[in-house]
Design a protein around this ligand. Structure first.
Ligand code: MTE
Ligand code: MO
Length: 313
C-alpha cells in the first residue's frame, strides 16, 4: 500500500450529519426488507432498516459522501476515488456466500436470506493501516450468528474469507499490471471471528452497501487495520491452519496476519501513533488525532494474553 496521502475531499462536498439523520428517519418508515428488490438494479443502494445496536461511538460520524468516495478497493483501481468511479457496473445481486470447510453443515446462503438476519446499526471507528480513519454507522449482524448455522467442528481453528473475482465487472482485475493476486483473501483466528464486535456488514448509513464499500456483504473487525475488512465476500471457510492473507502475501514485512491497531508498533515506513480523521481539518490540523490501542476496543485485549503484540503485528 502506498504511504498516506492527504484526502482530496473539500469539506464543502460533505453531507452534514443532520441531513443524514433526517434522511434516515424518512427511510426508516419505508418498508425496509421489501425495498430490497431495488438492489437488483446494480449500483442502487436501497433503504435497510435495523435495530439500534449496543455499540455507539461518542464521536462525530464521518460524512456519507466521504465514506463512499474515499475508498480502498483495489479490484476497482488503486486510487482513492477509483472505487466510486469504477464500481458502477458491478452487480451485487444475485449473490450467494458459500460457507464450507471444517463444519458439520456446509451451506450456501443467498444475500436475501442474510438480510433477514437480526440487523443492527453499529457505529465503529475504522483505521486504515495507511494512517487515516473514519467513524461509520454500519448495518450488519455478528459473524458468530452465521458460524453457528454451519456448526464448526472442533478441528476448526481459523476462518478464511474470499472476495469475488469478476474482471468483466471489476476494472482493477483487468489488464497486464495487477497490483495484488486475486481473489483478495483474508482470515481471522476462530476466537476473533466469534468475538461479538466482529460483524458482517450489509449496509451503512441506513442503506444497503454501496458497491465501492463492498456490496453486498463485507467483514468489519473494528480493532484491526482496515485491510482485514474484506469486501464483496463469496466464500467463508473454516480451516485448521492460519489462512493466506492478501497483504501479507504481497509484503509480509509490512503487513502481518493479526494487524491489530497498535499505536506503539510503527509500520516500517511510517508511524502509527496518530491518524487523520477523514473529513476533519488538514493533515497538520489539531484534529490529527492519537491512535488508540486496539482502535479503542480494549475489550479484545484478553484474546491476545501472552502474545507478543510487537512480533505478531
Ligand atoms: N476485496 C477487497 N477488500 C478490501 C480492500 C480491497 O482492496 N479489496 N481494501 C481494504 C482496505 S486497505 C481498507 S482500508 C478497507 C476500506 O474500506 P472502505 O473503502 O469501505 O472504507 O477495505 C478493505 N477491504
Ligand atoms: Mo487500508
Amino acid at each position: 500500500m502506498p504511504a498516506y496521502r492527504p484526502p482530496h475531499i473539500p469539506s464543502t462536498d460533505i453531507t452534514p450529519r443532520d441531513i443524514y439523520l433526517s434522511r434516515r428517519n424518512f427511510l426508516g418508515t419505508a418498508a425496509g426488507f421489501a425495498a430490497l428488490g431495488l438492489a437488483g438494479q446494480d449500483a442502487m443502494a436501497a433503504p435497510l432498516s435495523a435495530a439500534p445496536g449496543a455499540y455507539k461511538l461518542d464521536e462525530k460520524l464521518t460524512p456519507l459522501d466521504a465514506v463512499t468516495s474515499y475508498n480502498n478497493f483495489y479490484e476497482f483501481g488503486t486510487g482513492k476515488t477509483d472505487p466510486k468511479e469504477n464500481a458502477g457496473d458491478f452487480k451485487p445481486t444475485p449473490w450467494t456466500v458459500k460457507v464450507d470447510g471444517l463444519v458439520g453443515k456446509p451451506q450456501e446462503f443467498n444475500i436475501e436470506d442474510l438480510l433477514k438476519y437480526q440487523l443492527e446499526e453499529r457505529t465503529y471507528r475504522m483505521r486504515c493501516v495507511e494512517g487515516w480513519s473514519m467513524a461509520i454507522p454500519w448495518i450488519g449482524f455478528p459473524l458468530s450468528a452465521l458460524l453457528d448455522k454451519v456448526e464448526p467442528l472442533g478441528s476448526a481453528k481459523f476462518v478464511s474469507f474470499e472476495t469475488v473475482v469478476r474482471p468483466e465487472e471489476m476494472p482493477g482485475q483487468r489488464g497486464l499490471f495487477q497490483p495484488l493476486d486475486w481473489p483478495y483473501v483474508e482470515g481471522l483466528r476462530l476466537d476473533e471471528a466469534r468475538h461479538p464486535l466482529t460483524i458482517l456488514a450489509v449496509g451503512l448509513y441506513g442503506e444497503t452497501l454501496p458497491n465501492q464499500n463492498g456490496a453486498p456483504i463485507r467483514l468489519v473487525v473494528p480493532w484491526k487495520y482496515g485491510f482485514k475488512g474484506i469486501k464483496s465476500i463469496v466464500r467463508i471457510s473454516l480451516v485448521e491452519k492460519q489462512p493466506e492473507t492478501t497483504w501479507k502475501n504481497s509484503n509480509a514485512r509490512e503487513y502481518g496476519f493479526f494487524s491489530n491497531v497498535n499505536p506503539n508498533v510503527d509500520h516500517p515506513r511510517w508511524s502509527q501513533a496518530h491518524e487523520q480523521r477523514i473529513g476533519e481539518g488538514g493533515v497538520f490540523s489539531t484534529q490529527n488525532r492519537p491512535t488508540l490501542m486496539f482502535n479503542g476496543y480494549e475489550e479484545v485485549a484478553s484474546l491476545y494474553t501472552g502474545m507478543d503484540l510487537k512480533a505478531n503485528y
